[in-house]
Structure formats: C-alpha cells, structure tokens
Unconditional design. Sequence first.
Length: 92
Amino acid sequence: MFVYVTFNIAPSGTRWRVPATAVIFDTQGTRVATIGVGNTIRFQQVTLGRDFGTSIDIQAGLHGHETIVTQPTVSLQEGQVVTPLASKGASK
C-alpha cells in the first residue's frame, strides 16, 4: 500500500546568507561578529538555516543592516575597536 503526499514548502521569515567563515561555533553558542557603533565588535547570537558549504543562511538573529566580520579571529573581544575594510566582493 502507498500514498501520494504533497508538501507545500515555502520560506518563512527573512533569511540572510553569510560566508561560512563568518559563523563562530564555540561554547558561547553560534554567533557572528558584527561591527557596531563606533567601529566596535559586537557578537550576535544567530540561528542557522541551510548550509551551502561556502555560505550559510541565517534564519534568526540578524536584521539585514549589520556589517559582518567575514573572518573573525579568536583574539576579537566584545567592544574592541577595529578598522573595518571592505571585502573584495562588496559592492559600494
């Protein structure tokens, strides 16, 4: 015996795709480093969606206006002042 089943699957909410290198997995959770007011580092908790290998969808935690650190290092600290540089693929 068998049945035919149809699922209507649609995206829910807004997702943001970030480079896989931007996602931090550690004891404090899954986060991305963002550049906040005054060029300071801010860590934002995120919920991951689909993993595409070189990029990952963020399902929750970002609003879309953040500047993401694409290759954060372990030496970055919350509130640390940095000098942001545009990535080679960024549009102006």
